[in-house]
Ligand binder design. Structure first.
Ligand code: NI
Length: 171
């Protein structure tokens, strides 16, 4: 099932998500399959549960956008362990459609998370995957990428979004 993506302005996007305590249930497996389906439908490379209105610490990532099965990643209760180096690049978010900004992030990022069965694992990602680890983990702490851009750019973006909201083009 494809869920609609919640847009900036919805409080679920700016709240700390709840830690997942139940694993390997049919509900969790179905939810993860729905998250991948929703992410592919929206043409994203990452999706966090709050973006479909569910305040739980669950994110899915696929930097190959459905091209390579081995790139499918589930992060449950993720924690960033290590950030090395720097990268500059454009970043966007499915919850803030139509906008992209330059965001400086770490170039190599190690995350510790649980999989659908509740097993802990660690993985180091570089470049786009490193960016996705940081972006999606931020979502689970109620933090959007726009917190990493200048206040000036952020205010401009918020004003544009307010206009879209008033015109009824943001729901
Ligand atoms: Ni996002």
């Amino acid at each position: 099932m494809v869920y609609p993506i919640v847009k900036f302005g919805h409080p679920v996007l700016e709240r700390e998500a709840a830690t997942v305590t139940e694993f390997d249930t049919p509900e969790l497996h179905k939810f993860l399959a729905d998250m991948f389906e929703s992410m592919y439908a929206a043409k994203g490379v990452g999706l966090a549960a709050p973006q479909i209105g569910v305040g739980k610490k669950i994110a899915v990532i696929d930097v190959s956008n459905g091209e390579n099965e081995a790139d499918k990643l589930v992060l449950i209760n993720p924690k960033i362990l290590k950030i090395e180096g720097k990268q500059e690049g454009e970043e966007g978010c499915l919850s803030i459609p139509g906008f992209r900004e330059q965001v400086r992030r770490g170039r190599a990022v190690t995350v510790r998370a649980q999989n659908a069965k509740g097993e802990f694992f660690e993985q180091t990602g570089e470049d786009l995957l490193a960016r996705a680890f940081l972006h999606e983990t931020d979502h689970l702490h109620g933090k959007l990428y726009i917190t990493h851009i200048s206040a000036l750019k952020r205010d401009l973006m918020k004003r544009k979004i307010k206009k879209l909201q008033r015109a009824g083009d943001w729901e």
